[in-house]
Write a protein that binds this ligand. Structure first.
Ligand code: 9D3
Length: 250
């Protein structure tokens, strides 16, 4: 799978691609990432890639000419067709379904915006999908692009040690994750709040699974009730789940 990233700040990427569980996926080329500096693709003697917006106002706009040159260079190097994804605050919010869709394909071209935006004519002519990380303002699309690359890389074979980890991903299940505990069983002097729930020490795997499911359901209902509604609509809640939720909803 191959990703070509068009950015004004290619140096932001390397540190993130060489650390953590995803490192092997990137370093082996299982998820190949090629970085393209937009500033290398302008004819302008001053290497300008932006200019002031027609109509006035604050900020600068990325110019069509360098963007089209960079995109042509990427497409020529790739050979095969690939969707162009643009990271923008006005995009559709990235979720796990989008991540899985991207991870099941041959890769994409990622365009990271900066400044106030990109000339609309380039977007209209070339962009397939606009994606946002959420409703907060960043200084550019590089961190959202890295977020997508990270989410795609961790789905690759061999990245997560235990293949069950995927199936248990909270958003694959559509519910928030349950709490986790490890040693020690009790934090000295911290009373009940410092003690691991007894059911996890019981060795009763049926009870443990039920407790975890109930913690997920309760947390999701309290914090993200729309996810409970979606899980219900998708038929992902069992009669046992519904009985438990009914004890919470009064
Ligand atoms: C005054 C209007 N601004 C929109 C809120 C303009 C603007 C601000 C910041 C335009 C671009 C940016 C830079 N942000 C991104 O390129 C970006 C982004 C984000 O800011 N938040 C969440 N997801 C993304 S994806 C790309």
């Amino acid at each position: 799978m191959r990703f070509d990233v068009i950015t004004l700040f290619p140096n932001l990427f390397a540190p993130h691609l060489s650390e953590g569980v995803t490192r092997r996926a990137f370093e082996s080329g299982q998820v190949e990432v090629r970085l393209w500096n937009l500033r290398d693709h302008t004819d302008d003697p001053h290497r300008r890639v932006d200019d002031r917006p027609y109509g006035g106002g604050p900020g600068m706009v990325l110019l069509v000419e360098p963007l089209e040159r960079a995109l042509a260079a990427v497409r020529a190097a790739r050979g095969e067709a690939a969707p162009l994804l643009h990271f923008s605050p006005t995009g559709r919010r990235i979720d796990q379904a989008l991540v899985q869709e991207v991870a099941s394909g041959g890769g994409a071209i990622l365009l990271c915006g900066r400044y106030e935006g990109i000339d609309q004519r380039f977007l209209d002519r070339h962009v397939d999908v606009e994606l946002s990380l959420g409703d907060f303002v960043l200084s550019g699309g590089e961190l959202p692009a890295l977020a997508l690359l990270d989410a795609v890389a961790r789905l690759q074979d061999g990245v997560l040690g235990d293949s069950r980890s995927h199936a248990q991903d909270s958003f694959s299940q559509g519910l928030l994750d349950c709490p986790h505990y490890s040693r020690p069983e009790a934090l000295p002097g911290a009373g009940d709040a410092g003690t691991v729930p007894a059911v996890l020490m019981s060795g009763n795997h049926g009870q443990i699974a039920r407790w975890r499911r109930e913690r997920s359901l309760a947390l999701t209902l309290r914090r993200r009730p729309e996810l409970i509604a979606a899980a219900r609509a998708a038929g992902r809640l069992s009669p046992t789940d519904e009985s438990y939720l009914a004890t919470l909803e009064q």
